[in-house]
Write a protein that binds this ligand. Structure first.
Ligand code: SF4
Length: 382
């Protein structure tokens, strides 16, 4: 997601010295002013890097040629731009990388239970999607403001483009180089101040700014994230086979979930935080100031199966879950019920056998088989 380039003709960058986040602060009045603006807009982390190609370009190309991106064709389509910021914005000089903390504690999930899931009859949803708003929208609003502020700082002729998540940028690479975090063995960005729970966005700009020092890597000999992954998707440190990742299977994959992987999905109905939850750097997590990401209540899993298109839209519009549409979400609900449901889930699943979506019908049939097998096993054991 990106904005169109903007230009400004006036310079208005007064401000006090900002609190900064990069490992070593980029000095200079313009850099300090840009960081001050980022803070004022609401970002929790901000750092500055050069417009050099990302350091991990060879690894990214190897990842693509291994086919680890699965159906995410857009990753390969924009590969050339991802590894060369100048192909995105001519005359680019700097990247301003920001982080927004989304850590929230569930009212139903005491600290001691964090990361262990919720009641088995309710949806287990990746933390970033707990709230009532899609982070793309929240980040976009803030990045748009930051891009305008940078253009004002640069004066006439300055051009800036902002991106969050879907832009053709290796953003975690830029984020590490800008000093706001480091890429962990699970391939996500980790902040030594905030742990694993942050959205990352960036503004590429023609404004020349002094870069911050890159962040070091701090995984050491730890391998908790690798060992905890239910599908063994982290095939080696810093290498994720997305085709096995539960986040990919429940969000990016549009069609049927491979039968052999369904039992490994457990109770994850949208995304997965398992590799993030176990990371020891989360001991530094702090609650987010952004209210948009606070958890809202979800109905029992079986109830979703009775929802028509309109009901689904009314409840999920504007949230990350809306992205996978009703058919994708009910597919996931069926898989989870197949994994953890008991006989009480059968009426809802049997109703789903008549769903207008073949994808839902097929996954409902699978779930019924799973539950009936378990029930039979329990009876014969008694
Ligand atoms: Fe690194 Fe351990 Fe965190 Fe994985 S769990 S990202 S190995 S520190």
């Amino acid at each position: 997601m990106k904005s169109s380039a903007s230009t400004n003709s006036k310079r208005d960058c007064s401000g006090t010295v900002a609190t900064t986040d990069a490992a070593t602060t980029a000095s200079g009045p313009l850099a300090l002013q840009v960081k001050e603006k980022a803070r004022a807009i609401g970002f929790d982390l901000v750092g500055i890097t050069s417009a050099q190609p990302p350091r991990h370009t060879p690894e990214f190309q190897q990842w693509l040629s291994s086919g680890f991106h699965g159906e995410m064709g857009y990753m390969a389509k924009n590969a050339g731009k991802r590894v060369d910021p100048s192909k995105i914005l001519a005359d680019v000089r700097s990247g301003v990388v920001v982080g927004l903390n989304y850590f929230n504690e569930s009212p139903r999930e005491p600290r001691s239970e964090r990361g262990k899931g919720t009641r088995p009859t309710t949806a287990r949803i990746a933390r970033y999607a707990w709230g009532a708003r899609d982070y793309h929208d929240v980040m976009s609003e803030k990045l748009k403001q930051l891009a305008s502020a940078i253009d004002e700082c640069g004066g006439p002729g300055t051009r800036s483009l902002w991106y969050v998540d879907t832009g053709p940028i290796l953003e975690r690479d830029l984020a590490q180089r800008a000093g706001i975090g480091f890429i962990g063995k699970h391939t996500n960005l980790i902040s030594r101040r905030l742990g694993n729970w942050m959205f990352v966005g960036e503004v590429l700009t023609t404004l020349e700014l002094p870069p911050d020092e890159p962040e070091r890597e701090y995984c050491g000999s730890c391998r908790r994230c690798i060992d905890v992954c239910p599908t063994r998707a982290i095939v080696a440190p810093y290498q994720l086979d997305a085709r096995l990742c539960i986040s990919y299977l429940t969000i990016e994959l549009k069609g049927a979930i491979p039968v052999e992987l369904r039992p490994l999905i457990g109770d994850h109905v949208f995304g997965c935080d398992d590799c993030l939850d176990v990371c020891p750097w989360n001991r530094f997590a702090k609650f987010s100031r952004a209210r948009e990401f606070q958890r809202r209540e979800m109905p029992p899993l079986t109830e979703f199966l009775s929802w028509d298109e309109q009901r689904f839209r009314d409840f999920f519009r504007g949230t990350p879950i809306f992205r996978i549409k009703r058919r994708g979400f009910l597919r996931n609900v069926c898989v989870v019920l197949g994994n953890i449901g008991d006989a009480s889930a059968l009426p809802a699943l049997e109703q789903a056998l008549a769903d207008p979506e073949p994808l839902v019908r097929e996954h409902a049939a699978w779930a019924i088989d799973q539950i009936q097998s378990r029930c039979l096993g329990t009876q014969s054991a008694v």
